[in-house]
Write a protein that binds this ligand. Structure first.
Ligand code: CU
Length: 259
């Protein structure tokens, strides 16, 4: 407990030290939580900022949803009136795909976007993760909550950041962690319940989204420029598209996956 409290202070001290010693730019830094490791935060001019929006269509036959056997946890199993099913492929009523992670893959090089101070929440509800797919910035807090009255053991397996393995035996417990490096995507599992899975997309800027029940996304407040947008789905893989955003332009990038 003591070490856990000290650790962020220690890291913050290192960041401040590096910022004070590093580089010859002489510019002011943006302070704690800076994901760029020093240097001024990029300021996007609202007078010229544009956006990229689109939707993720789905064609063909969706795989049959797979039933999860939650017999080992009756309290969770009883919470479902149908299923429970895996969340691997969620085709929306309008023919689009949910749980697609959308992000700017390239075009933001040299810019510096400090992590926001608000956390993103990964909840555990009725022995599933909510949401199934989420995005976060590097060094932004991920608040992991246990809404179930039973033990979960959250276990992300990143390749670029330090992993962790934390038990949450009680309802209402919250644990805060973060990832220091970008990664598409970090799988998350529970050591108690083998069927639990989530995916976390970590990027070093705020231009990402996860599609929901209408399959659409928007990446607002983008500086004019040429970008590569990548969309990632757990089952169908990744696609990318080059998109140019002019001054104050609302550009479109529509994708389509097939079953
Ligand atoms: Cu669990």
């Amino acid at each position: 407990m003591f070490l856990r409290k000290l650790y962020p202070l220690f890291c913050f001290g290192i960041v401040v030290l590096l910022a004070a010693c590093g580089g010859g730019g002489g510019g002011s830094t943006s302070g704690g939580g800076d994901s760029g490791g020093g240097g001024d935060a990029t300021v996007v001019d609202p007078a010229t900022a544009g956006s990229i929006s689109g939707s993720i269509a789905f064609t063909g036959a969706a795989p049959e949803p797979e039933l999860i056997d939650m017999g080992a946890e009756p309290a969770c199993a009883d919470a479902y009136t149908e299923g429970p099913f895996t969340q691997t492929v969620e085709v929306n009523d309008n023919g689009t795909l949910a749980d697609v992670f959308v992000y700017v893959k390239s075009g933001l090089e040299g810019m510096n976007f400090p992590a926001p101070s608000e956390p993103v929440v990964l909840d555990q509800q009725n022995c599933r993760y909510e949401p199934h797919v989420l995005g976060v910035q590097t060094n932004q807090t991920v608040l992991i909550r246990n809404s179930d009255d039973l033990l979960h053991n959250i276990h992300p397996v990143p390749e670029n950041s330090r992993g962790f393995n934390v038990g949450q035996p009680n309802q209402g417990m919250e644990t805060e962690r973060s990832f220091s490096a970008a990664e598409i995507m970090i799988p998350v599992g529970c050591d108690v319940h083998g069927w639990m899975e989530a995916y976390i997309g970590v990027v070093d800027h705020p231009y990402f989204a996860v599609t929901g029940s209408d399959g659409s996304f928007e990446l607002p407040n983008l500086p004019p420029g040429e970008y590569t947008i990548e969309v990632w789905h757990q089952e169908f893989g990744a696609q990318e598209m080059k998109v140019t955003v002019g001054e104050s332009e609302s550009a479109t990038a529509d994708f389509s996956f097939s079953g």
